[in-house]
Design a protein around this ligand. Structure first.
Ligand code: ATP
Length: 366
């Protein structure tokens, strides 16, 4: 559901801003440090319950303030749907959906799916497998309702097994009794991940091809244990090693999504700009999957010009536009985003100055 209105209070240098975004494209332009990224950070917070810039909530709550607040009205087909989040300096989090307090951030994520494309997006290729698992899991969560409850309980079962292993003095037989639940839940997590990645691959190919016809990149999901074995077999055959190591060394917690070119790992063989295209294609493909499921999402695009030339910038904007998603895009100069949107698109332009946001007349697209 797109945001029909957004209120942000006491988040970084945004003391109080309020605006009504376009349900299509919103361009936010301002100098370095003016507060553009903080607007995206606020929307991200409302979907994920956390910032993409820092794990420490105290860094985004405005200095000398006890809390920050983000509130939005989502536009449903015939009505508006309010959601809000308050984060206090002491760590307390208050999440509201239609005025009612809810206990899980998942309630927000379901209603406001958000994808982020920013200069750090490279981390998807160069970072640890955990980042790629998170990418797959975001898609799997929206793809199949079975995923989240299974994932949550599997995490608990895994933690329990690891703590038994860490304490030592556990026999393979006793461990096997604990493994039943882990195998069942881990099996579901793996099946949904596999099904999702299989579904995603053709989308990814099409999007990447639209961005660049010279890139030949493949996605290869590895489940986290020997593909020839069931999870039960892998746990059984690895039990002595697990006891020795003090943790579970194979299973869905070791899954990865490998991104490869014919010459090898995408990270080693592609230029920074090409890597950015691949990562953007992965994220847009995820968006396309969701849109085709009748659940359009919000795209946050921070500092697009970085490392993309004008041609690829335009292709990327056109692809995002074609998803029928709501887009918030920032830039230090408006000229890099001129002429990239089609005439029919509702593009709203905002100028950010010292934490104050103002709607301004647009370029030729308006
Ligand atoms: N906790 C905080 N309280 C108050 N102000 C903060 C806090 N954290 C950061 N700031 C300030 O808020 C602003 C945040 O700017 P932001 O990063 O959103 O800018 P930007 O327009 O995206 O800049 P750039 O183009 O450099 O990425 C900066 O001026 C920063 O110094």
């Amino acid at each position: 559901m797109p945001l029909a209105r957004l209120d942000i209070a006491k988040l970084r240098n945004l003391t109080k801003i309020q605006f009504e975004p376009s349900h299509q494209v919103n361009v936010i332009v301002g100098e370095n440090g003016s507060g553009k990224t903080s607007v995206l950070e606020a929307i991200h917070l409302l979907s994920y319950g956390r910032s993409f810039r820092s794990h420490k909530h105290k860094t985004y709550i405005q200095h000398d303030q006890a809390e920050c607040i983000v509130f939005a009205q989502l536009k449903a087909s015939t009505s508006v749907f309010p959601i809000g989040l308050k984060r206090a300096r002491d760590g307390a989090i208050d999440v509201r959906v239609q005025g009612e307090k809810v206990h899980s951030i998942v309630e927000l994520a379901e209603r406001l799916p958000v994808q982020l494309i920013n200069p750090d997006a490279f981390r998807l290729l160069e970072g640890s497998p955990k980042i790629r698992r998170q990418f797959v899991d975001w898609g799997a969560f929206h793809f199949d309702v079975q995923f989240m409850p299974a994932w949550r309980d599997w995490q608990k079962a895994l933690k329990q097994r690891n703590s038994l292993l860490k304490r030592g003095k556990i026999s393979p037989n006793l461990l096997a009794a604990f493994d039943q639940e882990l195998i069942r839940l881990g099996g579901t997590v793996n099946e949904v991940r596999q099904a999702y990645v299989k579904h995603l691959i053709p989308y990814f190919k099409t999007v990447l091809n639209a961005l660049s016809d010279e890139l030949d990149v493949s996605l290869n999901f590895t489940q986290g244990w020997d593909a020839q074995k069931t999870l039960a077999e892998a746990l059984e055959s690895g039990v002595n090693r697990d006891i020795e190591l003090g943790y579970t060394h194979s299973g869905p917690q070791r899954a990865d999504l490998r991104v490869k070119t014919k010459a090898g790992d995408a990270l080693d063989t592609l230029s920074r700009g090409q890597q950015k295209l691949v990562v953007s294609a992965l994220k847009i493909a995820q968006g396309q999957v969701l849109t085709d499921m009748g659940r359009p999402l919000v795209f946050l695009v921070d500092d697009l010009p970085a490392e993309l030339d004008a041609n690829h910038r335009q292709k990327l904007c056109r692809l995002l536009e074609s998803l029928n998603s709501q887009i918030f895009i920032t830039s230090v100069g408006s000229d890099s985003l001129d002429f990239v949107w089609s005439d029919a698109t509702d593009v709203r332009h905002f100028a950010m100055r010292n934490g104050e946001l103002q709607r301004v007349a647009g370029d030729l697209n308006e």
